[in-house]
Design a protein around this ligand. Structure first.
Ligand code: FAD
Length: 287
């Protein structure tokens, strides 16, 4: 029977937080058995861009878990891309999530890599041993004019060399499943992991609606209405809601689940405890 992959995302600690706090996150995830952990890459002017490399190396060397390093393209030139990719490879990191990155209205992009597909093609050409991942958007990227353009851009990314896709978070499984149907009908055949983030507070949902245009289905808005002012009850409801989403998606035969941990291992452990029996684990099923 087809068994889905299970993966996690962590992010580098904020610039002025001690880098060592990532150990609290990683130690806290020790009982979870992901196929890989991905590490985000800061786009902001003040982001410490060496942090992704250092954390990816730590996960590879000390935790012995396959790792995917994110890399955002829009402020890079070719030399910087080469330096970063060479450093990833030297650290034993052989998988990269190639992204454009969010636009900073006060900072013009270098335009060397205008889209994620440009970086993807560059990596495929210059670093052929890297496995390239790409991002996808079940509810369309907010800058896409329509679904057709969005899927067209995704197809370019896959044709340029992305071997696996990870989706933006979504709260309604039907949105992901109908996206999946359109992607497959458009000839996108690579595995696509569904991105899930547990709801922790009402402000977090508001941010996701604002930044990612995420749709909040009635079942989730009822939860927010009932427990929006009760953080611990909302946290519990969020864990149950995310576990139900995962159960439904795995039952529908998805390729994998990518859990946005928000560096909150206690929540991740609870979701894992609820759903672990649904996953093939410890087999490094990713090729
Ligand atoms: P692209 O694939 O380039 O798409 C961006 C927009 O351009 C879309 O509207 C697309 O349709 C359009 N487009 C793409 N190619 C073309 C083309 N050839 N012609 C015309 N239009 C085109 N951000 C970070 O800063 N750091 C991270 O670590 C990070 N990790 C992420 C992980 C995941 C799984 C996801 C889903 C997102 C992540 N992001 C991260 C956010 C991401 O950088 C933003 O969503 C960004 O706005 C788009 O990046 P992208 O790689 O999807 O861009």
């Amino acid at each position: 029977m087809h068994r889905p992959a299970f993966s996690l995302e962590v992010f580098p600690p904020r610039r002025h937080a001690p880098i060592g706090t990532i150990y609290d996150t990683l130690d806290g995830l020790e009982d979870v058995d992901p196929d890989f952990i991905s590490v985000t890459y800061g786009t902001g002017r003040s982001a410490d861009r060496t942090a992704t490399l250092r954390i990816a190396r730590t996960i590879h060397d000390e935790y012995r878990i396959p790792v995917v390093a994110h890399l955002t393209a829009q402020y890079l030139d070719r030399n910087q891309a080469d330096e970063t990719l060479d450093a990833f490879e030297a650290a034993g990191v052989h998988a990269v999530l190639a992204l454009r990155g969010d636009r900073d209205p006060d900072r013009p992009p270098t335009d060397v890599f205008a889209h994620a597909s440009d970086l993807t093609a560059y990596i495929a050409d210059t670093h052929p041993d890297m496995t390239i991942y790409g991002a996808c958007y079940p509810e369309c990227h907010p800058q896409s004019k329509n679904r057709k353009d969005d899927i067209g851009a995704l197809k370019l990314k896959v044709d340029a060399g992305a071997k696996r896709l990870i989706s933006q978070l979504f709260y309604d499984d039907d949105d992901f499943l109908s996206f999946l149907e359109i992607a497959r009908a458009s000839g996108i055949a690579v595995p696509i992991e569904a991105g899930i983030m547990s709801v922790t507070d009402a402000a977090q949902v508001g941010r996701m609606v604002r930044l990612c245009s995420s749709r909040v289905p009635r079942s989730l808005s009822r939860i927010l209405e009932r427990w929006g002012d009760d953080p611990s009850a909302l946290r519990e409801a969020g864990i149950i809601y995310a576990s139900q989403q995962i159960t439904d998606l795995v039952a529908q035969g998805v390729d994998g689940i990518h859990l946005y941990t928000m560096n909150r291992p206690a929540i991740t452990r609870r979701i894992w405890a609820n759903t672990r029996g649904l996953f093939a684990t410890g087999t490094n099923a990713i090729d």
